[in-house]
Design a protein. Structure first.
Length: 317
Protein backbone atom coordinates (compact mmCIF):
# COMPACT_ATOMS: atom_id res chain seq x y z
CA UNK A 1 0.00 0.00 0.00
CA UNK A 2 1.64 3.26 -1.06
CA UNK A 3 1.96 6.06 1.46
CA UNK A 4 -0.06 9.22 0.95
CA UNK A 5 0.23 12.80 2.01
CA UNK A 6 -2.09 15.75 1.73
CA UNK A 7 -1.28 18.69 -0.53
CA UNK A 8 0.14 21.66 1.25
CA UNK A 9 2.68 19.59 3.23
CA UNK A 10 5.56 18.93 0.80
CA UNK A 11 8.30 16.70 2.11
CA UNK A 12 11.13 17.78 -0.18
CA UNK A 13 12.90 21.05 0.45
CA UNK A 14 13.86 21.27 -3.21
CA UNK A 15 10.21 20.95 -4.18
CA UNK A 16 9.12 23.95 -2.12
CA UNK A 17 10.77 26.52 -4.34
CA UNK A 18 9.17 25.04 -7.43
CA UNK A 19 5.74 24.78 -5.86
CA UNK A 20 5.73 28.53 -5.13
CA UNK A 21 5.36 29.05 -8.90
CA UNK A 22 2.14 27.12 -8.96
CA UNK A 23 -0.25 28.96 -6.64
CA UNK A 24 -3.73 28.37 -8.13
CA UNK A 25 -5.28 31.29 -9.95
CA UNK A 26 -8.49 32.77 -8.51
CA UNK A 27 -11.04 32.91 -10.05
CA UNK A 28 -19.12 4.94 -27.17
CA UNK A 29 -19.59 3.27 -23.74
CA UNK A 30 -22.28 2.59 -21.12
CA UNK A 31 -23.51 5.79 -19.52
CA UNK A 32 -24.59 5.71 -15.87
CA UNK A 33 -28.21 6.69 -15.34
CA UNK A 34 -27.88 8.27 -11.89
CA UNK A 35 -27.14 12.02 -11.68
CA UNK A 36 -25.41 13.35 -8.55
CA UNK A 37 -27.74 14.37 -5.76
CA UNK A 38 -29.17 17.85 -6.04
CA UNK A 39 -28.17 18.38 -9.64
CA UNK A 40 -30.42 20.13 -12.13
CA UNK A 41 -30.92 17.91 -15.15
CA UNK A 42 -33.26 17.81 -18.13
CA UNK A 43 -33.44 14.28 -19.49
CA UNK A 44 -35.46 11.60 -21.21
CA UNK A 45 -34.99 8.07 -19.86
CA UNK A 46 -33.31 5.67 -22.27
CA UNK A 47 -31.98 2.14 -21.99
CA UNK A 48 -29.21 2.04 -24.54
CA UNK A 49 -25.68 3.15 -25.28
CA UNK A 50 -25.39 6.91 -25.57
CA UNK A 51 -22.85 9.24 -27.09
CA UNK A 52 -21.55 11.62 -24.40
CA UNK A 53 -20.61 15.10 -25.58
CA UNK A 54 -19.08 17.54 -23.05
CA UNK A 55 -19.34 21.09 -24.44
CA UNK A 56 -17.43 24.26 -23.54
CA UNK A 57 -19.02 27.61 -24.46
CA UNK A 58 -17.18 30.95 -24.31
CA UNK A 59 -17.95 34.48 -25.37
CA UNK A 60 -15.78 36.75 -27.52
CA UNK A 61 -13.67 37.65 -24.47
CA UNK A 62 -13.02 33.95 -23.70
CA UNK A 63 -15.26 33.96 -20.65
CA UNK A 64 -17.36 30.89 -19.89
CA UNK A 65 -21.05 31.34 -20.64
CA UNK A 66 -23.40 30.11 -17.89
CA UNK A 67 -27.16 29.88 -17.90
CA UNK A 68 -27.75 28.12 -21.23
CA UNK A 69 -30.59 25.62 -21.42
CA UNK A 70 -31.36 22.59 -23.55
CA UNK A 71 -33.28 24.79 -25.99
CA UNK A 72 -30.10 26.72 -26.85
CA UNK A 73 -28.28 23.66 -28.23
CA UNK A 74 -28.45 21.94 -31.62
CA UNK A 75 -26.51 18.74 -32.27
CA UNK A 76 -25.94 16.97 -35.57
CA UNK A 77 -24.20 13.74 -36.55
CA UNK A 78 -23.00 13.67 -40.15
CA UNK A 79 -25.20 16.77 -40.66
CA UNK A 80 -28.33 14.92 -39.49
CA UNK A 81 -30.09 16.60 -36.51
CA UNK A 82 -30.12 14.44 -33.38
CA UNK A 83 -32.43 14.45 -30.37
CA UNK A 84 -30.55 15.42 -27.20
CA UNK A 85 -31.59 12.88 -24.60
CA UNK A 86 -30.00 14.44 -21.54
CA UNK A 87 -28.58 17.85 -20.71
CA UNK A 88 -26.60 18.92 -17.69
CA UNK A 89 -25.80 22.54 -17.02
CA UNK A 90 -24.45 22.36 -13.48
CA UNK A 91 -21.19 21.10 -12.12
CA UNK A 92 -21.04 17.35 -11.70
CA UNK A 93 -18.07 15.17 -10.78
CA UNK A 94 -15.60 13.73 -13.27
CA UNK A 95 -12.96 11.01 -13.25
CA UNK A 96 -9.46 12.04 -14.36
CA UNK A 97 -6.35 10.07 -15.24
CA UNK A 98 -3.12 12.07 -15.01
CA UNK A 99 -0.23 10.76 -17.14
CA UNK A 100 3.24 11.95 -16.16
CA UNK A 101 6.17 11.54 -18.52
CA UNK A 102 9.24 10.26 -16.62
CA UNK A 103 11.39 9.31 -19.60
CA UNK A 104 15.03 10.37 -19.86
CA UNK A 105 14.19 13.38 -22.02
CA UNK A 106 12.22 14.82 -19.09
CA UNK A 107 15.15 14.90 -16.66
CA UNK A 108 15.37 18.69 -16.41
CA UNK A 109 11.58 19.07 -16.36
CA UNK A 110 10.51 16.51 -13.76
CA UNK A 111 10.12 19.09 -11.00
CA UNK A 112 7.72 20.95 -13.31
CA UNK A 113 5.77 17.74 -13.84
CA UNK A 114 5.38 17.11 -10.10
CA UNK A 115 4.30 20.67 -9.44
CA UNK A 116 1.86 20.68 -12.36
CA UNK A 117 0.27 17.48 -11.09
CA UNK A 118 -0.13 18.93 -7.60
CA UNK A 119 -1.55 22.14 -9.05
CA UNK A 120 -4.26 20.24 -10.94
CA UNK A 121 -5.24 18.13 -7.94
CA UNK A 122 -5.53 21.18 -5.70
CA UNK A 123 -8.35 22.38 -7.95
CA UNK A 124 -10.48 19.24 -7.65
CA UNK A 125 -13.82 19.55 -5.94
CA UNK A 126 -15.81 17.09 -3.79
CA UNK A 127 -16.87 14.13 -5.90
CA UNK A 128 -14.08 14.49 -8.47
CA UNK A 129 -11.73 11.49 -8.57
CA UNK A 130 -8.27 11.04 -10.06
CA UNK A 131 -5.67 8.37 -10.70
CA UNK A 132 -1.94 8.80 -11.42
CA UNK A 133 0.16 7.04 -14.07
CA UNK A 134 3.82 7.48 -14.93
CA UNK A 135 5.48 6.32 -18.12
CA UNK A 136 9.18 6.05 -18.69
CA UNK A 137 12.08 3.60 -18.81
CA UNK A 138 10.00 1.48 -21.17
CA UNK A 139 7.09 0.81 -18.80
CA UNK A 140 3.81 2.25 -17.56
CA UNK A 141 3.03 2.37 -13.83
CA UNK A 142 -0.21 3.21 -12.05
CA UNK A 143 1.06 5.15 -9.05
CA UNK A 144 -2.30 5.62 -7.36
CA UNK A 145 -5.76 4.15 -7.82
CA UNK A 146 -8.80 6.39 -8.28
CA UNK A 147 -8.97 8.69 -5.26
CA UNK A 148 -11.47 11.31 -4.14
CA UNK A 149 -9.79 14.18 -2.34
CA UNK A 150 -6.38 15.80 -2.57
CA UNK A 151 -4.06 13.14 -1.18
CA UNK A 152 -1.20 12.13 -3.47
CA UNK A 153 0.87 8.99 -3.20
CA UNK A 154 4.41 9.64 -1.93
CA UNK A 155 5.57 7.68 -4.96
CA UNK A 156 5.09 10.86 -6.99
CA UNK A 157 7.93 12.64 -5.18
CA UNK A 158 10.31 9.72 -5.75
CA UNK A 159 9.97 9.55 -9.53
CA UNK A 160 13.15 9.59 -11.59
CA UNK A 161 13.53 10.39 -15.29
CA UNK A 162 15.14 7.63 -17.33
CA UNK A 163 14.80 5.48 -20.42
CA UNK A 164 12.41 5.55 -23.36
CA UNK A 165 8.87 6.98 -23.71
CA UNK A 166 5.94 4.52 -24.01
CA UNK A 167 3.45 7.39 -24.35
CA UNK A 168 0.87 5.57 -26.46
CA UNK A 169 0.92 2.49 -24.22
CA UNK A 170 0.29 4.77 -21.24
CA UNK A 171 -2.69 6.40 -22.95
CA UNK A 172 -4.14 2.98 -23.78
CA UNK A 173 -3.86 1.82 -20.16
CA UNK A 174 -5.35 5.03 -18.81
CA UNK A 175 -8.20 4.92 -21.33
CA UNK A 176 -8.99 1.37 -20.28
CA UNK A 177 -8.99 2.36 -16.59
CA UNK A 178 -11.24 5.37 -17.24
CA UNK A 179 -13.66 3.32 -19.35
CA UNK A 180 -14.44 1.23 -16.25
CA UNK A 181 -15.47 4.25 -14.16
CA UNK A 182 -19.13 5.22 -13.61
CA UNK A 183 -18.71 8.96 -14.25
CA UNK A 184 -20.12 10.36 -17.49
CA UNK A 185 -17.26 12.82 -17.81
CA UNK A 186 -13.85 11.21 -18.16
CA UNK A 187 -10.73 13.32 -18.46
CA UNK A 188 -7.24 12.39 -19.61
CA UNK A 189 -4.52 14.87 -18.64
CA UNK A 190 -1.12 14.27 -20.26
CA UNK A 191 2.08 16.07 -19.24
CA UNK A 192 4.84 15.16 -21.67
CA UNK A 193 7.46 16.31 -24.14
CA UNK A 194 5.21 14.66 -26.70
CA UNK A 195 7.51 12.15 -28.39
CA UNK A 196 6.61 8.46 -28.23
CA UNK A 197 9.73 6.33 -28.62
CA UNK A 198 8.70 2.89 -27.34
CA UNK A 199 5.09 1.72 -27.52
CA UNK A 200 3.36 -1.35 -28.83
CA UNK A 201 0.22 0.68 -29.49
CA UNK A 202 -0.02 2.95 -32.53
CA UNK A 203 -1.38 6.48 -32.59
CA UNK A 204 -4.45 5.35 -34.57
CA UNK A 205 -5.23 2.77 -31.89
CA UNK A 206 -4.82 5.38 -29.15
CA UNK A 207 -7.09 7.86 -30.91
CA UNK A 208 -9.82 5.27 -31.52
CA UNK A 209 -9.71 3.91 -27.96
CA UNK A 210 -9.81 7.38 -26.40
CA UNK A 211 -12.90 8.34 -28.37
CA UNK A 212 -14.58 4.97 -27.70
CA UNK A 213 -14.17 5.67 -23.98
CA UNK A 214 -15.54 9.22 -24.56
CA UNK A 215 -12.48 10.85 -23.01
CA UNK A 216 -11.75 14.57 -23.13
CA UNK A 217 -7.99 14.95 -23.52
CA UNK A 218 -5.92 17.87 -22.23
CA UNK A 219 -2.24 17.78 -23.20
CA UNK A 220 0.53 19.98 -21.81
CA UNK A 221 3.58 20.27 -24.05
CA UNK A 222 6.92 20.28 -22.24
CA UNK A 223 9.01 19.62 -25.34
CA UNK A 224 12.42 21.26 -25.66
CA UNK A 225 10.92 23.69 -28.14
CA UNK A 226 8.33 24.82 -25.61
CA UNK A 227 10.58 24.87 -22.53
CA UNK A 228 13.96 25.88 -23.92
CA UNK A 229 13.00 27.48 -27.23
CA UNK A 230 14.69 24.81 -29.31
CA UNK A 231 13.94 21.37 -30.75
CA UNK A 232 16.30 18.72 -32.13
CA UNK A 233 13.94 17.86 -34.97
CA UNK A 234 10.32 17.96 -36.16
CA UNK A 235 7.60 18.95 -33.73
CA UNK A 236 7.05 15.84 -31.58
CA UNK A 237 3.69 16.99 -30.25
CA UNK A 238 1.48 16.71 -33.35
CA UNK A 239 -0.13 13.50 -32.08
CA UNK A 240 -1.05 15.01 -28.72
CA UNK A 241 -2.41 18.08 -30.45
CA UNK A 242 -4.69 15.97 -32.68
CA UNK A 243 -5.84 13.84 -29.75
CA UNK A 244 -6.82 16.92 -27.75
CA UNK A 245 -8.58 18.56 -30.71
CA UNK A 246 -10.57 15.51 -31.77
CA UNK A 247 -11.75 14.78 -28.22
CA UNK A 248 -12.86 18.35 -27.51
CA UNK A 249 -10.05 19.11 -25.05
CA UNK A 250 -7.13 21.51 -25.31
CA UNK A 251 -3.44 21.45 -26.16
CA UNK A 252 -1.20 23.79 -24.16
CA UNK A 253 2.30 24.72 -25.27
CA UNK A 254 4.02 26.17 -22.21
CA UNK A 255 7.58 26.89 -21.09
CA UNK A 256 6.66 26.23 -17.46
CA UNK A 257 6.46 28.67 -14.57
CA UNK A 258 3.43 30.94 -14.53
CA UNK A 259 2.26 29.80 -17.98
CA UNK A 260 2.23 26.18 -16.88
CA UNK A 261 0.30 27.18 -13.77
CA UNK A 262 -2.18 29.04 -15.97
CA UNK A 263 -2.65 26.00 -18.24
CA UNK A 264 -3.66 23.78 -15.33
CA UNK A 265 -5.85 26.46 -13.77
CA UNK A 266 -7.60 26.87 -17.15
CA UNK A 267 -8.18 23.12 -17.42
CA UNK A 268 -9.78 22.89 -13.99
CA UNK A 269 -11.90 25.98 -14.62
CA UNK A 270 -13.17 24.57 -17.91
CA UNK A 271 -14.07 21.22 -16.36
CA UNK A 272 -16.13 23.08 -13.77
CA UNK A 273 -18.05 25.02 -16.44
CA UNK A 274 -18.88 22.41 -19.08
CA UNK A 275 -22.28 21.45 -20.35
CA UNK A 276 -22.85 17.74 -20.97
CA UNK A 277 -25.13 16.43 -23.71
CA UNK A 278 -25.98 12.84 -24.59
CA UNK A 279 -27.78 11.40 -27.58
CA UNK A 280 -28.48 8.11 -29.31
CA UNK A 281 -27.70 8.16 -33.06
CA UNK A 282 -30.94 8.07 -35.04
CA UNK A 283 -29.39 5.75 -37.60
CA UNK A 284 -26.90 3.42 -35.93
CA UNK A 285 -25.12 1.86 -38.90
CA UNK A 286 -22.59 -0.73 -37.73
CA UNK A 287 -20.01 -0.01 -40.42
CA UNK A 288 -17.03 1.12 -38.34
CA UNK A 289 -16.87 4.50 -40.09
CA UNK A 290 -16.18 7.96 -38.67
CA UNK A 291 -19.22 9.91 -37.46
CA UNK A 292 -18.78 13.66 -37.33
CA UNK A 293 -20.43 15.54 -34.44
CA UNK A 294 -21.22 19.23 -34.52
CA UNK A 295 -22.74 21.24 -31.66
CA UNK A 296 -24.20 24.70 -32.27
CA UNK A 297 -25.54 27.18 -29.71
CA UNK A 298 -28.51 29.29 -30.76
CA UNK A 299 -26.97 32.57 -29.60
CA UNK A 300 -24.73 34.80 -31.70
CA UNK A 301 -21.10 35.53 -30.90
CA UNK A 302 -20.36 32.41 -28.86
CA UNK A 303 -17.54 29.91 -29.37
CA UNK A 304 -18.41 26.24 -28.94
CA UNK A 305 -15.93 23.40 -28.50
CA UNK A 306 -16.80 19.70 -28.22
CA UNK A 307 -15.59 16.33 -29.40
CA UNK A 308 -15.45 16.14 -33.18
CA UNK A 309 -16.89 12.65 -33.56
CA UNK A 310 -16.36 8.93 -33.05
CA UNK A 311 -15.96 5.69 -34.96
CA UNK A 312 -19.11 3.63 -35.19
CA UNK A 313 -19.06 0.03 -34.04
CA UNK A 314 -18.62 -2.72 -36.61
CA UNK A 315 -21.20 -5.42 -37.16
CA UNK A 316 -19.99 -8.72 -35.64
CA UNK A 317 -18.94 -11.26 -38.26
Amino acid sequence: MPAFHTLGRPDRSTLLAVMLLFVPLPGLGQVPARPPAGETEESISVETNLVVVPVSVRDAKQRFVPGLTLQHFRLTEDRTPQQILSFRATEHPFAAAILLDTSGSMERKLSLVRAACANFIEGLRPGDRFTLFSFGNGRVRQLQDFTEGQEISDTLWDLEARGQTPLYDAIMQAAEALSQQPEERRVLLIVSDGADTESRASFDEVLRRSLEAHLVVYAVDLSDQAVFGRSPGPDPTSGLRELATRSGGQFFRTPGGALLRDAFAATIEELHHQYTLTYQPLQERLDGRWRRIEVVVDRPGLQVRSRQGYWARKRPR
